[in-house]
Design a protein. Structure first.
Length: 162
């Protein structure tokens, strides 16, 4: 029947892999940040990653490097995980991005009476993106803007990093 699988069973697995690889290439080929640099030329992963960490508040370095050392990965291996759309990073990785959704600085300052300096540093996704893009442009010379993001995948397809 037209719905039956192909006779060469091994072909199906390689077809999926090729499709996934081409999806990543298509998505990251024009990405202007860390993942774009990594997918275009893996040798750029480490310098762009290190530059990005230096450009951001220390909490980003502490978080990313803490996770990386905890799971015993090299920087290129860790960047590969960060850029893998099917990998779920630990909760503390994502908590860095919560500042722009949960922050209402003016109300917080008025209600708590705290000054700008004593409040915890918040790092937004935009902060990280700007740092990645600036570092990628400085190190590689690439300034291509990222394409629109893909629709989220179902959680059953995700791999968690412990």
């Amino acid at each position: 029947s037209p719905c039956s699988s192909s006779e060469g069973g091994g072909e199906q697995g390689s077809g999926v892999e090729t499709t996934t690889q081409s999806l990543y290439e298509r998505y990251y080929r024009n990405h202007s940040g860390l993942c774009g640099a990594h997918y275009r030329n893996v040798s750029y992963a480490e310098p762009v990653y290190n530059c990005t960490l230096k450009a951001l508040p220390p909490i980003v370095n502490e978080t990313w490097e803490g996770i990386r050392h905890n799971i015993s990965r090299t920087i290129p291996q860790f960047v590969s995980l960060m850029c893998n759309l099917t990998v779920v990073m630990p909760d503390n990785f994502y908590l860095l991005y919560m500042g722009d959704q949960t922050s209402n600085s003016q109300n917080e300052e008025q209600s708590t009476g705290t000054s700008e300096e004593s409040r915890p540093v918040r790092v937004t996704e935009q902060d990280i993106t700007k740092a990645e893009e600036a570092c990628t442009a400085n190190i590689t010379g690439w300034t291509t803007k990222a394409p629109t993001t893909l629709a989220p995948m179902e959680t059953s397809e995700l791999e968690a990093i412990a």
